[in-house]
Design a protein around this ligand. Structure first.
Ligand SMILES: Cc1cc2nc3c(=O)[nH]c(=O)nc-3n(C[C@H](O)[C@H](O)[C@H](O)COP(=O)(O)OP(=O)(O)OC[C@H]3O[C@@H](n4cnc5c(N)ncnc54)[C@H](O)[C@@H]3O)c2cc1C
Length: 381
């Protein structure tokens, strides 16, 4: 399953595993089970810290779970996590084995202290670029807190389940059996959703900020550039964004950024954030602005209010809120979003295998989507 280069890279990575653990596979006689066993065997071959077992009794076949001697780390993959999910597998192998995750101590503490039982199920497809972030974030939560269980499920291999739950876009996340979220999310966004007390605490802290000279609303490339230019003038600058990074977070391959042959969206978003932080700009992430109240007198402060309940004041406000999917505004579009209406053929295409689909739009993107889908679905109109 893995070529020589991948095997040797994996061997290097797995040297970072410090605590031994078991991988317990649930298999049958099928071809996919054989493929999964072969992948897991190749992994176990390159490290003596991982022991492989095939006596699992999980409800999903094929699947595998991680078992640490000291308990905890309740995470499981149903399917064969190759393609875009291979990185999620490697990170899980490392983090279950004690390799420290790349998140702040604050986040680790917040996750560890979460109370209650959380059973997450994430449906992904191997061609989905937005899925690994969600799978990796929830795996991390499961590694850090024994009350959190996460199963990452390849929707293409568990079609009956996908049909029963009427899942038509990935990533789709369920929490304790109920729909929880769909689309790309990181650890902080998930925490905000499940730890509502934390969101209120953050909102209070944000409202206590002194007024800014410049407040940028929006944390995409435009907002980041605006903030850096303002901060370079030595004025007090803040950025409030619903999702710092913006649209670049939704893509992997970027090849037209002058000065580099190629980069990946999440990498570029991290670089943007580091660059903005270098200038001591106050970044307030996961804050969706809902109202702008203009200053009542010249030279006064404008006020921005947020869905979280926070509010900020600034002499100048730069609105850099970017673009969104263009909606058709036809009856039923909102109701059937992620239940048949999808905006990312590349991600969600595998869930429509053998079905009749219609592509709306005849420009470059529409034609590209139709060509890509034609290889997967039953019929494209
Ligand atoms: C899948 C995909 C692939 C792409 N590939 C490329 C490529 O290869 N090369 C290229 O040049 N371009 C590419 N683009 C386009 C590029 O990403 C955008 O042109 C660019 O991100 C626009 O930057 P922006 O800062 O104006 O807006 P955005 O990136 O859209 O950022 C908007 C920001 O505003 C925030 N925001 C929105 N509303 C609110 C609100 N009410 N309150 C607070 N914050 C808010 C958002 O959370 C975000 O932080 C791609 C886009 C997509 C979706």
């Amino acid at each position: 399953m893995l070529d020589t280069t991948m095997k040797s890279q994996l061997q290097t990575y797995l040297q970072k595993v410090t605590q031994p653990y078991e991988i317990v596979a649930t298999l049958d006689d099928g071809e996919k089970s054989r493929e999964l066993w072969s992948l897991l065997s190749e992994i176990a071959e390159v490290t003596d810290k991982i022991t492989l077992r095939s006596d699992g009794i999980d409800e999903r076949v094929p699947s595998f779970a991680f078992k640490r001697a000291q308990g905890g780390a309740s995470l499981c993959f149903a399917g064969i996590p190759l393609g875009h999910e291979f990185t999620s597998l490697v990170l899980a192998l490392l983090q279950v084995g004690g390799h420290p995750p790349r998140v702040s101590d604050e986040v680790i503490e917040q996750v560890s202290e979460l109370e209650g039982e959380y059973h997450f199920e994430t449906y992904y497809s191997l061609s989905c670029q937005n899925c690994p972030d969600v799978v990796q974030a929830l795996n991390l939560l499961a590694v850090l807190n024994p009350n959190i269980r996460h199963v990452a499920i390849d929707g293409a291999l568990f079609q009956e389940e996908v049909d029963r739950r009427q899942i038509m876009s990935v990533p789709s996340v369920y929490l304790n059996g109920e729909p929880f979220a769909s689309g790309r999310m990181g650890v902080e966004e998930i925490l905000t959703k499940i730890d509502t007390g934390a969101a209120q605490r953050d909102a209070r802290k944000i409202s206590e900020r002194e007024p800014f000279d410049v407040l940028v609303v929006g944390g995409g490339p435009a907002g980041a550039a605006g903030a850096i230019y303002a901060a370079r003038k030595g004025i007090r600058t803040g950025v409030a964004a619903e999702r710092f990074g913006g649209q670049v977070l939704d893509t992997m391959g970027i090849e037209n950024l002058i000065s580099m042959a190629e980069t990946e969206g999440p990498k570029l978003a991290r670089a943007l954030e580091e660059n903005v932080r270098d200038y001591n700009v106050d970044i307030m992430n996961l804050q969706r602005a809902s109202a702008l109240l203009p200053a009542v007198e010249p030279g006064g402060y404008h006020e921005i209010r947020f869905d979280s309940g926070a509010s900020l004041k600034a002499k100048t406000v730069i609105v850099a809120t970017g673009a969104r999917w263009r909606e058709l505004n036809v009856p039923g579009e909102k109701e059937y979003r992620n239940r048949g209406v999808a905006y990312c053929p590349h991600c969600d295409g595998p869930l429509f295998k053998g079905k009749r689909v219609a592509v709306i739009g005849g420009g470059n993107s529409g034609v590209e989507a139709a060509i890509d889908l034609a290889g997967i679905v039953g019929h494209v109109t």
